[in-house]
Design a binder for this molecule. Structure first.
Ligand code: GCV
Length: 646
């Protein structure tokens, strides 16, 4: 009952709005009616939300919410699936579970908001993956690692007693795009999150999220048995350690009966892990998996590993994890970043996709723009996500796309406690795009941009079409003015915002220095990963290994990733590498001017607050794009010895 009342007051609170971006894409206008107050005591909280949303916001013919097995052709029973079927008089949303109904309701409202309600709807939707999860890199002190939208959404000091209304808003926003899991804390995990004090807090958040179909997970520190439990070791084969984890898991499930499981970063960037005891990643993951298995929980074990002694960082995850294929328990899923290095503006797909054939994989994207302009720059990431999802691994012949090789998708969240949630209002589109693609990877970037713009701003084509075009262009523009042609990691020390290709800190890890990645010299530019270089190309299936290996066949947008290319090398357009490099940097800057011009013309279509907020950000973007272009070209010029072509 308490939960239903909370939901009621939450919806009531939505009637007062400021145009600060806080409403996200959920800008449904309420109907002029009071009948949404009627609900039956027998209904679940999820069903009540579905009912509220329809009664409050749906403006078409009567809707019936029907719980029965949804008929999804060719798909097995799926508890999150739904049908929407309409005839002249009514619309039926059919699902076998309440969460399926709620997803159906949000789908129908999306159709309404984007002007796509047809007379005879016959829709069957089933999510492509069961795991569609956000990873929050939120710390216990309220800071967010690589977060650019304020502090953590979780007010740990106020929990478990005081609940922010934002927790419900967060859950609702996620449910509306099909996200069904959230890892509350940073992968650089503080063991304290497993203390009773913090489990109580996490349990309260889980209670808020549950009606919206969202499970809570926690990142764990591998040394927790030592730091929290006082044991002398965290060796995964030690009986006391196994017992400690089993007890801890039992305690968690007493507090959170539907707890999702653990996310683990181990033996990565200085964090502890099983290798500290001469054990493998599989030993570590399986020990945790055994503890979680009786409760249906799972382990998401990250494959983000690299160490400074390796000649090529891009090879290491594959080298460490590929030999472990088949050695993980069934409730372990290995979480792999989209590219082999680290969320760069452009990377080839990670060669582990397709290569781990006996181990389920979870694809990890970054929604927060650590390497794509933080909260200051427009970079609509659907094209980046699509590039990876649609990439052909050739693991089982042509057509074995990354999307087919994975069992779920994780996204490092871009949310914080800023009123507009994501720092840059247009970055809300990346949260939205992530959810939509995790549900349906076949959607196009254009469809997603179109939906998001119509729901967030206006359905007027005079607004939607030009803004959609700049959204779709924006990621490529960032690549152009930051790191074109396959360059990577030219960032200044630590903050990963601005450029510093010449950075050289004596004594620092070489693989944290830009020169490790760009390898500029008097001959040319780029990292030789061919068979005569670091041989990373051989981690890809044929024919990709050979396509990447040969300079003539390597796609030009990845040229400097795989090859060290002479400054005077003739590219496909007949001009030299140096000339092309200059053109890309210039093209990127010019695109940002276009973003400003397009946005200036949108003033009549949207509210002044959000219009001005975006306008300011776009100005910063042009300024900073110029800094990128000038810094990089002037630095590379010291090697190419050629003048910068304007
Ligand atoms: C959470 C990169 C980031 C780190 C991040 C790490 C990871 O190195 O810069 O902040 O740590 O990736 O994904 O674990």
């Amino acid at each position: 009952m308490k939960q239903l009342l909370l939901i009621f007051f939450f919806f009531l609170s939505l009637s007062v709005f400021a145009e600060d971006g806080s409403r996200l894409w959920l800008r449904y206008e309420p109907k002029d009616t009071a009948d949404f107050l009627i609900y039956s005591k027998k209904e679940t909280a999820t069903y009540s939300i579905a009912q509220f949303e329809i009664k409050q916001y749906w403006k078409g013919k009567p809707v019936e919410l029907k719980r029965m097995n949804a008929k999804i052709q060719g798909a097995p029973y799926q508890k999150e699936a739904f049908n929407i079927i309409s005839n002249e008089k009514t619309i039926k949303i059919i699902a076998s579970t309440d969460i399926g109904l709620l997803y159906g309701v949000y789908h129908l409202l999306r159709l309404q908001e984007t002007g796509q309600v047809a007379d005879n709807l016959n829709i069957a939707e089933i999510p492509a993956y069961n795991i569609r999860i956000l990873n929050h890199w939120d710390n216990i002190d309220g800071t967010i690692e690589r977060g650019y939208a304020g502090s953590s959404l979780w007010n740990w000091d106020d929990l478990p007693e005081k609940l922010s209304p934002r927790y419900t808003e967060y859950a609702r926003a996620n449910a509306s795009i099909g996200i069904n899991g959230t890892v509350l804390n940073n992968v650089n995990a503080n063991p304290k999150f497993l203390s009773d004090e913090y489990l109580k807090k996490a349990a309260v958040l889980a209670n808020v999220f549950r009606p919206y179909g969202i499970k809570v997970y926690l990142s764990v520190n591998f040394s927790s048995p030592v730091i929290l439990g006082g044991l002398p070791t965290a060796d995964p084969l030690d009986e006391d350690v196994c017992r400690w984890w089993k007890e801890k898991v039992k305690e968690i499930y007493m507090r959170i009966p539907d707890f999702g499981g653990f996310l683990v970063k181990a033996n990565s960037e200085g964090l502890p892990g099983p290798q500290d005891f001469g054990r493998t990643h599989a030993d570590g993951a399986n020990m945790l998996a055994e503890a979680l298995q009786p409760y249906g929980g799972m382990v998401m074990w990250r494959a983000f590993v690299y160490n400074p002694s390796s000649p090529d960082r891009a090879k290491q995850a594959y080298e460490e994890f590929r030999p472990l294929d088949g050695k993980f328990l069934p409730n372990v899923i290995v979480q792999v970043k989209n590219g082999p290095i680290d969320f760069q503006p452009r990377e080839p797909f990670n060669p582990l996709f397709g290569a781990m054939q006996k181990t389920p994989l979870l694809l990890e994207f970054q929604i927060t723009q650590e390497y794509l302009g933080a909260d200051k720059q427009l970079a609509f990431l659907a094209p980046l996500y699509k590039e990876c999802l649609d990439a052909d691994t050739y693991a089982h012949g042509a057509g074995s796309t990354v999307a087919h090789c994975v069992k779920g998708i994780a996204g490092v969240a871009n949310t914080g406690n800023n009123a507009n949630w994501t720092g840059h209002i247009l970055a809300q589109a990346n949260w939205y795009a992530f959810g939509r693609l995790a549900w349906k990877p076949d959607l196009t970037s254009e469809q997603i941009a179109d939906e998001w713009l119509k729901m967030t701003f206006s359905t007027d084509t005079a607004f939607v079409n030009p803004v959609k075009s700049i959204l779709l262009e924006s990621r490529e523009a960032v690549v152009d003015y930051m790191m074109p042609l396959g360059l990577a990691h030219l960032f200044a020390w630590e903050h990963h915002y601005g450029p510093d290709p010449g950075l050289n800190i004596p004594g620092a890890r070489p693989d944290w220095m830009p020169s490790y990645y760009h390898r500029a010299d008097s001959i040319g530019l780029g990292f030789d990963r061919t068979t005569t270089g670091s041989n990373t190309v051989s981690q890809y299936f044929p024919p990709l290994d050979s396509i990447y290996n040969h300079i003539e066949t390597c796609p030009e947008d990845l040229l400097l990733w795989f090859h060290h290319v002479r400054w005077d090398y003739r590219m496909k357009n007949g001009q030299t590498l140096w000339e092309n490099l200059c053109q890309h940097y210039q093209r990127g800057v010019e695109a940002t001017y276009r973003f400003q011009t397009v946005w200036e013309n949108t003033q009549p279509y949207i509210d002044p607050e959000r219009w001005e907020a975006v306008r300011q950000k776009l100005k910063i973007q042009t300024h900073d794009a110029i800094v990128w272009r000038d810094t990089c070209l002037h630095y590379f010029q010291t090697f190419s010895k050629q003048s910068v072509i304007p």
